[in-house]
Every structure is written in structure tokens, then in C-alpha cells.
Design a binder for this molecule. Structure first.
Ligand SMILES: [Zn+2]
Length: 418
């Protein structure tokens, strides 16, 4: 049996003009060029339709996520892979009531969005004065908030840090306002991160609320947290290979939107690289990973990293948000991959910069266990984590450039094994 399998594999690779063994230089020059824009666009569209049919989301624990897993799995199978769908535990989070109201000095509705894993308020809500706390990243920002609702600006540090500082200072709830007009959805990252309710509010309202004296707000959040399981999808070009380049993109969206730039773009790029690699460059040893429950706190990639055989993984490349209209081509800072990617863009006359994205995506669990990591990111955008994160708000030309740069990364760093 084993011998038959080996010879069948050899025959399959020998037929056809594109099956000759390529040198590293040839793979690096060709792989970025042969990606099909049409097939990547078809994947984006398929994931958008999945979200539309599932009530507008592909978040962990939804039918939209299950359908996303099915799509990736069947595309990989069609390309000749044997994908594995691997379960992992995570904490499912749901919101059923999100109500805010400013009572004084003026009375008006206050749109609020509970941050993921926020505890609920008491039933019927809470009412208190609002006390401004700058960006909330230092414990000292929260002087005088005891018994009140703290109000912090978004940014500089994790939401969980702001929440901990606020709770330690005796605040009964925390509101975080966006850096720009509009609501946003974010996560505390860890189901135990905050003992007090935390909600985001419109960036257009926040500064006003922070400077007005005597602002009183009513807040009611009904949320739940529950142990559950989700899935990663994993596929190898060479199952059982001794050394492998791991490349990943998260497959889930946030609860409030379809997640097409964030991160159907990364998924579509990875699927297309997988199709082309399998067909034309079978010597490249690549493991493709589609992570679940990233948006709630990197659950899928963290579970995988925990069980990973570190000595076999030569590096991890992460693709998260590849089609922003801002067209900022950014490369994750540091690590062995950044300089090569910057050189790639420079040779094409494209401006690119480095970015420190800290722990905000799936490279983080691998970085923490000492695996060299890198990644690409197309920049912030207005529809981030919102209902409008759809195909029509993507810059397809920017996406195309970054998808090809992703292919360059895979071609440059994947071990060649014959
Ligand atoms: Zn993302």
C-alpha cells in the first residue's frame, strides 16, 4: 500500500508542464503572480453570503461560523488537501440588552455596545455620575471614581487594563469612547478580565460627556458567558513533514458584522495560496491554519500553540485585514520576515511601513512560545468591526497587492522538501 501511494504521488507530480521541480528563486518570482483575483473575490463573496444568510455575522458559536468552516473545508478538499477540523474550548459570549441613557445635564439616548465578556449590570440597570479618566491606562487616571461610572478614551492599552484599573478604583462601570465618530465592538479578551460592566460609546459623544460637569448616565447590559467549543481548520501541503512554515488567518467575525475585510480577506488570500501551492509547487512545506474565535480573544490560535511541536515550525505568518481603503501596506515589526517584505514592496515602487500590532492578532500566541512571527496588515478603516464591513467597502486593488505579498512570504520562507 505504502509503495503504491508513493508511486501514484510521483506519477501525479510528473505529468503536466507545470510539474517540474522549481528552484527557490523561481517559486519566489512566480507564486505571487499566479494568484487568481477572480477566485479570491469568489471566496470573499461566498463568506459575505454566508453572513447574510446567518443574520449578518460569522462570529464564533454562530451558524455563520459553522458555514464558514464548511466553505474553507470544501475549498481545501477541492484543491486536493485533507483538511482537519479541530475543536477547542472557548467561552461563548452573548448580549441581549444594551441600553444607555444620559439623564443630566440633558436627557438623551446614549447608544452603547457592551465589550465582549463584559459582565451584565444589575437587572434594570444602574445609574450614576460619569467621571472622566483620560485613556484609563494608569491606575491614577481613576482618582475620584469610587461609586461612579468611569469614562475612558479608547487606545494606548488593552480594554482589560482600563477595566481592571477602573474596578480597582471602585468604579461601578466603565464606558470607553471611540477615537472617531461611531460605535465600535471590542473584546476584553478574557472572560474573567473585568468584574464591572464595560461598554463602548460613540466617539462623537464621548468627549462631550467627559467635559460636561454633572453628567449622569443610566446603563443596562444583559450579557451571558458560557463554556463552548469552536473549530480551527488545518491543512498541510505535505502531511507529516519534518519542518513546516505555519501560515494563518482568522476565520471568525465579530458578532455585529460580516467581517469581510476583517478577515475574509486573509482567508481568501490563504485559500488561493493553498490552491496554487498544491498544484504548482508541491515541494513547499506549508501548513495552512484558519483560526476560530480570534475576535473573542485569540482562542483558536492559543489552543493550537499550546499543543504545537515548536521544533518543527520554522515560523508563523499572519494575515489579518488585507483590503483597507486606506491602502497602508504595513508589515509586522521585528522578527526575521519584516525586512524581506519591505524589500518586496520597495522593488515594486510601493510604500510600506512597519507596525507594532502587539497582541491584537493570532501571531501573538506563537511569538510567546518563541516561534519567529511576521504578518501583513492593510491599515485601520471606518467599517472595522461594524455592519458595513462588506465587500463594497474593500479596496480590491489594495487587497490584491497584499495577497500577492502574502504569497511572496510563503514562497520565501516555506521549507522546500522533496
Ligand atoms: Zn482581525
Amino acid at each position: 500500500m505504502a509503495l503504491a501511494a508513493v508511486s501514484a504521488g510521483w506519477v501525479a507530480r510528473s505529468e503536466g508542464s507545470d510539474q517540474k521541480r522549481s528552484t527557490r528563486a523561481e517559486v519566489v518570482a512566480q507564486l505571487p503572480r499566479v494568484l487568481s483575483q477572480a477566485r479570491m473575490r469568489a471566496d470573499l463573496l461566498a463568506l459575505e453570503r454566508i453572513a447574510d444568510r446567518a443574520g449578518g455575522s460569522r462570529a464564533a458559536g454562530t451558524t455563520g461560523y459553522r458555514a464558514s468552516v464548511a466553505h474553507v473545508r470544501s475549498e481545501l478538499e477541492r484543491a486536493g488537501y485533507t483538511p482537519r477540523v479541530v475543536g477547542f474550548p472557548f467561552v461563548l459570549y452573548r448580549e441581549s440588552v444594551e441600553k444607555g441613557m444620559q439623564i443630566a445635564p440633558t436627557r438623551r439616548d446614549l447608544r452603547v455596545e457592551a465589550l465582549d465578556y463584559s459582565p451584565p449590570t444589575p437587572k434594570g440597570g444602574l445609574r450614576a455620575r460619569v467621571v472622566a479618566a483620560d485613556d484609563g491606562c494608569e491606575p491614577g487616571d481613576f482618582d475620584g471614581v469610587r461609586g461612579f461610572i468611569a469614562l475612558a478614551r479608547r487606545g494606548t492599552c488593552f480594554f482589560a487594563v482600563k477595566a481592571r484599573n477602573a474596578a480597582n478604583s471602585g468604579a461601578i462601570a466603565l464606558l470607553v469612547f471611540n477615537a472617531e465618530p461611531g460605535l465600535f465592538d471590542g473584546t476584553l479578551g478574557d472572560p474573567q478580565a473585568s468584574p464591572i460592566p464595560v461598554a463602548g460609546i460613540d466617539g462623537a459623544v464621548g468627549p462631550e460627556l467627559a467635559t460636561a460637569s454633572g453628567s449622569i448616565v443610566e446603563l443596562e447590559l444583559e450579557t451571558s458567558r458560557q463554556r463552548s467549543t469552536s473549530q480551527n481548520v488545518i491543512a498541510d501541503t505535505q502531511p507529516g513533514a519534518r519542518r513546516v512554515l505555519l501560515v494563518g488567518a482568522h476565520l471568525d467575525s465579530v458578532l455585529v458584522g460580516p467581517g469581510i475585510n476583517d478577515n475574509a480577506t486573509g482567508v481568501a488570500a490563504l485559500l488561493e495560496i493553498a490552491r496554487v501551492a498544491r498544484k504548482r509547487y508541491p515541494d513547499l512545506s506549508v501548513r495552512f491554519a484558519f483560526w476560530g474565535a480570534e475576535e473573542l480573544g485569540l482562542f483558536g490560535s492559543s489552543a493550537y500553540a499550546k499543543g504545537a511541536d515548536r521544533s518543527r515550525i520554522v515560523g508563523y505568518l499572519n494575515f489579518d485585514v488585507l483590503g483597507s481603503p486606506s491602502r497602508e501596506r504595513t508589515v509586522y515589526k521585528g522578527g526575521p520576515f519584516a525586512a524581506r517584505w519591505l524589500g518586496y514592496f520597495e522593488r515594486r515602487g510601493l510604500r510600506a511601513t512597519q507596525i507594532d500590532i502587539g497582541g491584537r492578532s493570532d501571531h501573538f500566541p506563537f511569538e510567546r512560545i518563541g516561534i519567529p512571527t511576521g504578518g501583513l496588515f492593510a491599515g485601520d478603516y471606518a467599517c472595522y468591526h461594524r455592519v458595513c464591513d462588506r465587500l463594497e467597502s474593500i479596496d480590491l486593488a489594495a487587497f490584491d497587492q497584499l495577497a500577492r505579498a502574502a504569497a511572496f512570504g510563503v514562497a520565501s520562507f516555506a521549507p522546500i522538501q522533496r
